[in-house]
Design a protein around this ligand. Structure first.
Ligand code: NAD
Length: 426
């Protein structure tokens, strides 16, 4: 199989439309009035920049960059920055809206934002990435701010990019400003537990959901799509709970072992192999599509959007889907999964552990006092468990899926604050 064959194929759904379809269903259930509907669906701000970068060969390339603030009613907008060739405005708008709902679901005082640059980070040198990241920060200096809009890592970005943003922003405003960005390296004001936070939240949500289904985690089988920050840490922590991870995958394809994979070994392999699983021998080769349809009890899509669609939803055998990625299920698949009785823990709940610990990082930066890892985990686990119970109860109350239940919880909260603040809540 060539690498090209293995790459996940995107479904065809526009991500913003996909978000809007769920919003519409939930808005109807909670009886959201038309004025509130119109205000809450539209992003408050969308900025597009063209970023000139001198490449290593001396030529100047121009990259398109975005930052969308969907809603800042609950507090400063918060959301990651994605580097990928697939980045486009509607994707960033959808991701920003999901951040609004996510922060509301877990009850942290942030609105939702998201950013991205259309680029292929894997083909760029460290110097090119640094120049691009700094130039993007220069162009976004009026958007970002510890009390305005706080970026974080997302696909294709990590601690190094956050360090460059923190440094560039601090220079621009003339003072050290660590709270402008989260997901920073520990020595630069990052939080203990931030790297593991999203995967840990996926694990905690999986445990909560398994208990509702009456399934013990010990010996339960699962497959994890994506082996980056979210996928690999979810897989590791699920394995630590006694679950058998039968399959993992990344941009190079999938790896399957019916006896269960050794996840620590796979992570070590990836770390010594330029960040990919290419050539990994712990399991037989499958495609990313095959992985989704495996006979496992739990499926964790943790790579990218639109993986479970109307075309493959009927073939999914898992009893439980825990969405580590943002938007991995297209709206056209929702009803099919619901009718099949598959419990779906939606992205805006399942992967909210990341933004929760980002919030803790921001709090610690402002306090100038740092917590122990144990305190971070304890508080984050509590937030995740409470949010799970809140959404689960909403789904019972409204007789709907957990996804729609989560939207109901979030929209109600943001609408209530919008009413209190008035229509121009920035
Ligand atoms: P990452 O860059 O660390 O890892 C992404 C993984 O997906 C890698 O294994 C990569 O090989 C794989 N991948 C990327 N493109 C692919 C393609 N075309 N085909 C097959 N595999 C592909 O990213 P991440 O931070 O783990 O994010 C994964 C998902 O989780 C994204 O949807 C992101 O928005 C979401 N998320 C991340 C966080 C976080 O804290 N990092 C928090 C919440 C949600």
């Amino acid at each position: 199989m060539s690498q090209k064959d293995n790459v996940i194929k995107h479904g065809s759904e526009n991500p913003f439309e996909s978000m809007k379809k769920r919003f519409d269903v939930a808005a109807k259930i909670i009886g959201l009035d038309e004025s509130d509907y119109n205000v809450l669906i539209a992003p408050q701000k969308a900025v597009i920049v063209n970023i000139p970068v001198t490449m290593d060969d001396g030529k100047v390339k121009v990259f398109e960059g975005f930052r969308v603030v969907h809603n800042a009613n609950l507090g400063p907008s918060k959301g990651g920055i994605r580097y990928s060739m697939d980045v486009h405005l509607d994707e960033v708008k959808a991701l920003a809206a999901w951040m609004t709902w996510k922060c509301a679901v877990v009850g942290i005082p942030y609105g939702g934002g998201k950013g991205g640059i259309k680029c292929d980070p894997r083909s760029m040198s460290k110097g090119e990435l640094e120049r691009m990241t700094r130039a993007y920060t220069d162009l976004m200096v009026d958007v970002f701010g510890p009390d305005k809009d706080i970026p974080a890592p997302d696909m294709g970005t990590g601690q190094q990019e956050m360090a460059w943003i923190m440094d560039e922003y601090s220079k621009l405003v003339g003072k050290s400003s660590p709270a402008v960005v989260t997901g920073k390296p520990l020595v630069l004001g990052g939080s203990l537990g931030r790297v593991e936070a999203t995967g840990r939240g996926v694990m905690v949500s999986t445990r909560s959901a398994l208990s509702k289904l009456g399934i013990s985690p010990v010996g339960a089988t699962c497959a994890v799509q994506g082996f980056g920050n979210v996928g690999s840490i979810s897989a590791k922590l699920l394995a630590q709970q006694g679950m058998k991870v039968l399959a993992i995958s990344d941009v190079t394809g999938g790896y399957y072992n019916p006896e269960g994979l050794n996840i620590d070994e796979a992570i070590a392999y990836r770390d010594n192999n330029k960040g990919t699983l290419e050539g990994y021998k712990g399991g037989s080769r499958i495609t990313n599509e095959d992985l989704l349809e495996l006979d496992v009890q739990v499926l964790v899509p943790a790579a990218m959007e639109d993986q479970i669609t109307a075309e493959n939803a009927d073939k999914i055998k898992a009893k439980l889907i825990v969405e580590g990625a943002n938007g991995p299920t297209s709206s056209s698949a929702d009803d099919i999964l619901h009718k099949k009785g598959i419990l779906v823990v939606p992205d805006i709940l399942a992967n909210a552990g990341g933004v929760t610990v980002s919030y803790f990082e921001w709090v610690q930066n402002r306090l100038g006092y740092f917590w122990t890892e144990e305190r971070v985990y304890r508080r984050a686990d509590r937030v995740m468990k409470q949010a799970f119970e809140g959404v689960y109860s909403a789904s019972i109350e409204h007789n709907c899926s957990m996804r729609i239940g989560a939207y109901c919880v979030a929209i109600k909260k943001v609408a209530e604050v919008e009413k209190l603040r008035g229509k121009f809540g920035l």
